[in-house]
Ligand binder design. Structure first.
Ligand code: CUA
Length: 351
């Protein structure tokens, strides 16, 4: 017994493929809408978008973006209107009186674009000058060094260091000095400032200013190796008094252990392999290869945005970072299973 076969217009096309082909035009609007919704999902409220500026630098860039966008919309509408006009009143249509085409082309095709381009160029130069106008000599200065794949953060006037987190006072311009320890990176906080590349052998400068308190996500914006995507950081803008208190802590010894587990963890940290690469202020651990861990318990993530900063992820990170962030400089650690909970307790206590 054979099943009934659907007839197709082309005998070489199977019934199933024929049905799919016929259905495609009907599904096209649905597919287009879905794609549009997916694109719009990227515009969610807290996305670190350059079009949702939180500071003076990004506001300039957003203004320029919208100016270019609306000019593009106007030009597109004008070209489409001319296209429709040309189709409706094409040559041979007896009702149309052709005027002076040369004058029209000179004004609309050359004069108008020239005026628009010169105006946009002028606005661009104005914004460039405003962005290049850095803060005064008394402004707080942050020294940021790019490493594969994390950000070392130091402050002028403070002995300590932190990583992947930059604190700034709200409403003030903060100078940022940028260096790289290895390859090209790019420092980008979309909501605060456009990108600045970090080039080997050079010190480059930019500045940050946030108009409102909160956290602004930053990201390395230059491909720098396998973990380029996990080279994120956070800019935390806080009221001046909170910033001063935070900076004072960065200059003081790290918090002392309070429980027996924390004390055992500190001992394991200082006497074990950790101290060869990491520092904790006020202890014998003074390694400079990896991030300073004096306030690691308070940081927003582990591995520059690779995983959340909680006890579970910290344990996995200590035991073998290569399973979490393959390729990073920290080799798997031969940590005694009995010591691991103490190390976690100690590092979590460092705030
Ligand atoms: Cu550093 Cu990409």
């Amino acid at each position: 017994m054979s099943l009934p076969v659907e007839k197709t217009a082309d005998p070489t096309v199977s019934a199933a493929r024929y049905a799919r082909r016929r259905a495609l035009p009907r599904r096209l609007p649905v597919l287009t809408t879905l794609c549009g919704l997916l694109l719009l999902a990227g515009c969610a409220g807290d996305a670190p978008s350059a079009l949702n500026p939180g500071g003076a630098g990004a506001t300039r860039v957003a203004g320029l973006w919208w100016l270019l966008f609306w000019i593009s919309v106007a030009v597109f509408a004008e070209v489409m209107a001319l296209l429709v006009w040309a189709l409706v009143f094409r040559r041979g249509n007896a009702r149309v009186r052709h005027g002076q085409p040369l004058r029209f082309v000179t004004i609309a095709g050359a004069g108008l674009p020239f005026v628009i381009l010169v105006a946009v160029y002028g606005v661009g130069l104005r914004d460039l000058a405003a962005l290049g106008d850095g803060p005064g000599p008394d402004a707080p200065t942050v020294e940021v060094t790019g490493h594969k794949w994390w950000w070392e953060v130091r402050y002028q006037g403070a002995s300590g260091a932190t990583a992947n987190e930059i604190h700034i006072p709200v409403g003030e311009r903060v100078k940022v000095r940028l260096r790289t320890d290895d390859v090209l990176h790019s420092f980008w906080v979309p909501q605060l400032m456009p990108k600045t590349d970090l080039i080997a052998g050079e010190t480059r400068e930019t500045w940050l200013r946030a108009e409102r308190a909160g956290s602004y996500r930053g990201q390395c914006a230059e491909y720098c190796g396998t973990q380029h995507a996990h080279m994120a950081f956070l800019v935390v803008a806080q009221p001046r008094t909170d910033f001063d208190a935070w900076l004072a802590r960065l200059d003081a010894p790290a918090r002392e252990p309070r429980t027996d587990a924390e004390r055992r963890g500190q001992q394991a940290f200082v006497q074990g392999t950790c101290a060869a690469c990491h520092a904790v202020r006020g202890t014998g651990a003074a390694g400079r290869v990896g991030p300073d861990l004096s306030n690691v318990g308070s940081r927003w993530s582990l591995g520059a945005g690779a995983v959340p900063n909680d006890a579970g992820h910290l344990g996995g990170w200590i035991a073998n970072t290569q399973t979490v962030k393959p390729g990073n400089a920290m080799p798997p650690q031969p940590v005694d299973a009995a010591q691991l909970p103490d190390l976690i307790a100690y590092l979590r206590s460092l705030e």
